[in-house]
Structures are given as structure tokens and as C-alpha cells.
Design a protein around this ligand. Sequence first.
Ligand SMILES: NC(=O)c1ccc[n+]([C@@H]2O[C@H](COP(=O)([O-])OP(=O)(O)OC[C@H]3O[C@@H](n4cnc5c(N)ncnc54)[C@H](OP(=O)(O)O)[C@@H]3O)[C@@H](O)[C@H]2O)c1
Length: 284
Amino acid sequence: MHILVTGSKGQLGSEIAELATRYTHHNFILTDIDELDISNEEALNTFFDNTAIDVLINCAAYTAVDRCETEKELARKINVLAVKLLAKVCTKHSVAMIQISSDYVYDGNNHIPYKEIDFTNPQSYYGETKLEGEEMMEEFCSHGIIIRTSWLYSSFGNNFVKTILKYAQEREEMNIVYDQIGTPTYAADLATTILDGLDKLPFMKGIHTFNFSNEGVCSWYDFAQEIIRLKNIKCSIKPIETFEYPLPAKRPAYSVLNKAKIKNELEIDIPYWKDSLERCLLKL
Ligand SMILES: NC(=O)c1ccc[n+]([C@@H]2O[C@H](COP(=O)([O-])OP(=O)(O)OC[C@H]3O[C@@H](n4cnc5c(N)ncnc54)[C@H](OP(=O)(O)O)[C@@H]3O)[C@@H](O)[C@H]2O)c1
């Protein structure tokens, strides 16, 4: 298959780029904003007219959750309008599209893990744009997959794991919220699932939505504790409540994802979050 990856220098895109060397039966076309700006309709049309593509994996997004609250136009341009352009050009060229979405499409009021069919009600502008991006897929893409994921981290890019490692080395103590519950996702595991699933994902017609994260449940406080424990760093971490660390964008209090659908469809086991974190930390 000819696989176009957009946003290939981000966390997920970099993991796919690294894995690509092992999937030699596929041809990967790796692009980021300098090679292919997904919000530029003319550039997209020219690119698709001149390139053989079977599958698009869109890893490009505006992911700065708090900045989305003020940079609304830019967030919408990349997370909504560009997804519409991609969906349309994929449909025109019969390309299957994989779009990555977020646990922030849910409001966080559940007490049991979210299923794909559960009510969506984003609480932040980022979440709103990710949901609208999904709606663009539904409306303009003939065949594709939406994967909702949560708390993404990687040895590439900037993320919670790297921030905790940095602060833990600089400070004797830190405060981390314990009243937001979810599951971290090692981007390498998501990348593997996507690439291994290419032959099995239901690309025939329509849009199919799946949840994906690592297995297990934790708070950001637990996540931070595990990072410093595995790295053997001495730092005291104090659990605090969300109101003690106010941020511009509201986060869901609970965003654990039910992954039964993707596990059944692809016949996969998903790694436990602590095991995946350990693998990532070996690279840092
Ligand atoms: N990070 C998370 O915790 C999280 C959680 C749930 C879901 N997700 C979703 O998972 C996906 C991957 O996230 P990620 O963390 O890997 O993202 P990321 O690290 O922020 O990477 C996004 C990449 O897209 C590029 N990009 C931005 N605008 C572009 C444009 N107009 N055209 C082409 N490329 C563009 C970025 O370049 P610049 O860096 O130069 O802007 C960056 O290289 C996204 O859809 C995100 O919404 C992420």
C-alpha cells in the first residue's frame, strides 16, 4: 500500500515514521507542514493528483489544548477545516482516511469507560474542534476510520512524561492533580496498532469510530509517580485538586476509554500503561 502520513514530525507521526522501516511491504510518504500543509487546498489537490496514495493517516493537528481557547481561528483551521479538505480529496481519489481524535470529545461525567457510541459533549475548544473534525469525516469522507485516543506521549515531541522528568530533576517537590482520571497512551503502541491493522480495518465504506489507549486506569498524579519511580528520581509529588491548578481549557474529570471494539475487530491485546511507560522511558 502507498501510505501518506501528514504531521509526520509530531509524536504519533514520528512513531509511525520510525516503525515504517519495519513495514517494507508498504511505501510510506512522510510529510509535515513544510512538505504538505493540510490547510492548503491547492497544495492538497496538487499533491493528491501527482502521488499514488491508498491510505492517509492524518497525524497533523493543533494540539496545544490551552492555546486553542485563545487561538480559536487557527485551531479550527487545522482541526476542522483541514480535515474537511482532506476528507474531500481522499473521497475524490478513493483514498481511505484515518483521522485521530481525542477523549476530549467526551464531557468526563461518566463513571464507566466511554464507548464509541456514548454521548459526546466537549468541554474545551480543542475538544469542540476535534469533534467537528469527526463530523467533517462523517460528512465528506466516503470511507475512513476515526481513532479516539487519550493522554498521548512518546519519546518524540513534548508531553507530560518529558515535563515530569524535567521538573523532577530540577525541583524537590511538585503538585500534580489526582482528580482527573484516564489512561495514558504510548504513541508507539497506537502507531503499531494502526500499521498492523491496515489489512484488517473496515475500509470498505462509511466511517468507523474506534477508541484506543493503553490498558488500565490512573490519575495524572499516579502517572507522574510512576514516571519518577521508574527513573529512580527523588522528588516529592503532592496530589492536588483541579481547582488548585487552574488552566484555560477545562479537562474531563474522567475519560477512560472502552477499547473492546478495536480489540475485537483487530484481534489484538493492548499493553498495560505501566509496561508501555517503561518501554518509552528506556528511550529517554
Ligand atoms: N497529544 C495528546 O495528548 C493527544 C491526546 C488525544 C488525541 N490526540 C490527537 O492525536 C493526534 C496526534 O497528536 P500528536 O500529539 O502526535 O500531535 P503533535 O505532536 O502536536 O503533532 C502534530 C504535527 O502536525 C503538524 N502540523 C500542524 N499544523 C499542520 C498543518 N497545517 N499541516 C501539516 N502538519 C501540521 C505539527 O507541526 P508543528 O509542530 O510545526 O505545529 C506537528 O508536527 C492529533 O490528532 C491529536 O489531536 C493527541
